[in-house]
Design a protein around this ligand. Structure first.
Ligand code: FES
Length: 177
């Protein structure tokens, strides 16, 4: 009996450490609700906002502290496209696939990025440098087609400019080391 209590305390401590005090406090607040499991998506959003993605240790910790079956937590995390299950790269590339950009060749830019990076949308390059994502209209249609890298807007991009843009960030990273 004592052993299982000790184990639960250990599991709780590990889970609290995995999520950090702010999220643990939020989960504690969720337990004031008559149906805390209904807050699962809100909790996962907070974890992703804090850590950038939902790792296996985060999901286990949410299951333990919110007292929701681990399979349900994993199912919800993988069902919704806005949850990321892997860490993002150092730079996040958003290719605008909105109508104005599409008409101006966004699909060719996307194809060049996919070929240069060896990854597809939603993935991160093996060196951890770039994550590739597709965006809806980024609000600067007059400059289509648009590629954003982090907060930098690259306007009227052509497929041949893609390696040049990538190289700029790679050279920056080399200069920082
Ligand atoms: S459609 Fe790309 S910025 Fe509007």
């Amino acid at each position: 009996m004592t052993a299982s209590t000790d184990n639960w305390e250990e599991v709780q401590a590990t889970s609290r450490e995995a999520l950090g005090p702010a999220i643990v406090e939020y989960i504690d607040e969720c337990h004031q609700d008559p149906a805390p499991a209904g807050k699962l998506i809100a909790v996962l959003h907070r974890v992703q906002a804090e850590y950038g993605y939902l790792g296996a240790a985060h999901l286990d910790a949410v299951a333990q502290l919110l007292r929701v079956p681990a399979a349900k937590v994993a199912g919800v995390a993988s069902f919704y496209h806005f949850f990321r299950l892997e860490p993002r790269g150092k730079h996040v590339i958003n290719v605008c696939m909105g109508t104005a950009c599409y008409v101006k060749g966004a699909d060719q830019i996307a194809a060049r990025l996919i070929s240069e990076l060896g990854i597809t949308f939603g993935e991160t390059s093996s060196d951890g440098m770039f994550s590739l994502e597709a965006a809806r209209c980024l609000g600067t249609c007059g400059l289509a087609p648009i590629v954003m890298v982090d907060d930098d807007v690259h306007a009227q991009v052509t497929p041949d400019q893609v390696p040049i843009i990538l190289d700029k960030y790679l050279r920056q990273a080399t200069a920082e080391t």
